[in-house]
Unconditional design. Structure first.
Length: 341
């Protein structure tokens, strides 16, 4: 196993020191710093983006050629880390390797150290890793007027308020596909400049809230419904992505059940668990989101939008659009045009 020992002052410093150890090139565009590795050590990228109020985003999409043990000394830089694996598994221990545990695929980890201690991350060999880390620099975050950490449960409240970094905290969370969907949304953003940063920030806070909710659910012993297996939830997630990619298709429970091999009851239970919606409500939700984006960003008229998303009645579309967004499609288009002008 290859050992990398780094004492970072911040995340920019971490990337430059990783470059020294792993090789590769560092580039910066629109405030995002990216380390690209393509050599005998591995292949892929590590991206870093600093947001406001001590919130930072790190995304790893990389495959290492050897096992790596990355030791981060927490003497100078010691944020709270909210870690999620979209693909592969990532190991962690403090000082004792016997303490090694893994963040499994589609699972969460909330982590922080005390000053002067060490975090050891174990990266497996020949595994496509997709890891998303949200970091909170506590002293900066608590200056934010609406941080609302007082509303957290006792454990997490104490972690956020530990600005002197006197305690360790490690929590391995449960299986969660909602975070995977948000990360997918993050990766597929097409906006640029300031609008892109604002959208990234909004999604990052949604992911952060899902981490916190996962922690609460675990403490409250809220589990996946007994009627569903993790493999079945993965199938349901794939179905939901098909709906997002092709909202105009004529979906119905019977055909979706035949396609997935899951009963109609399991489909309903799965969509309610993942998206808090029935299958029908989820399809309508996605179609309305798609319609909103088309009205805002395309030159299609309202009738063309209605056809594009799979509706046949313009009056019905207008009715449910106003119910959801509080404004008619025509009024929304006028607003979008005035903003663009």
């Amino acid at each position: 196993m290859n050992n990398l020992h780094i004492l970072p002052r911040n995340n920019t410093d971490l990337l430059s020191k990783l470059q020294t150890k792993l090789g590769g090139n560092i580039t910066e565009t629109f405030g995002k710093i990216k380390l690209t590795v393509n050599n005998s050590n591995g292949f892929g990228t590590i991206k870093y983006l600093q947001l406001d109020w001590g919130v930072e985003l790190i995304q790893l999409d990389i495959r290492f050629s050897e096992y790596y043990n990355l030791t981060l000394d927490a003497s100078e830089f010691n944020p709270i880390q909210f870690i999620y694996s979209s693909n592969g598994r990532l190991g962690h221990y403090y000082e004792d390797p016997k303490d090694l545990q893994y963040v499994e695929e589609f699972h969460t980890l909330i982590l922080t150290s005390k000053d002067g201690s060490k975090n050891n991350f174990v990266f497996p060999k020949d595994q496509n890793l997709q890891i998303t880390i949200i970091q909170i620099v506590r002293q900066e975050f608590l200056k934010k007027k609406h941080s609302n950490v007082s509303q957290l449960n006792k454990q997490l409240y104490e972690v956020f308020m530990d600005t002197d970094h006197e305690n360790k905290f490690r929590f391995f969370g449960s299986f969660n596909l909602k975070i995977a969907d948000k990360i997918n949304e993050l990766q597929n953003l097409k906006s640029k400049g300031m609008i892109r940063i604002l959208k990234i920030e909004a999604i990052v806070y949604e992911i952060l809230s899902l981490h916190i909710q996962t922690h609460k659910n675990t403490l409250d012993d809220i589990k996946i419904p007994d009627s569903l297996l993790k493999s079945e939830l993965r199938i349901i997630r794939k179905l939901s992505k098909k709906i997002v990619d092709n909202p105009s298709k004529n979906y119905d429970l019977k055909s979706m059940s035949m396609e997935s091999g899951l009963s109609q009851l399991k489909l309903q239970d799965g969509f309610k668990h993942l998206y808090n919606r029935t299958v029908t409500d989820y399809i309508r939700h996605i179609r309305l989101q798609t319609a909103r984006d088309l009205i805002r960003n395309s030159e299609l008229n309202i009738s063309q939008v209605v056809y594009t998303i799979g509706f046949t009645s313009r009056s019905y579309f207008s009715k449910i659009f106003k119910e959801k967004y509080g404004i008619t499609p025509h009024e929304f288009k006028k607003q979008a045009l005035s903003v663009s002008v």
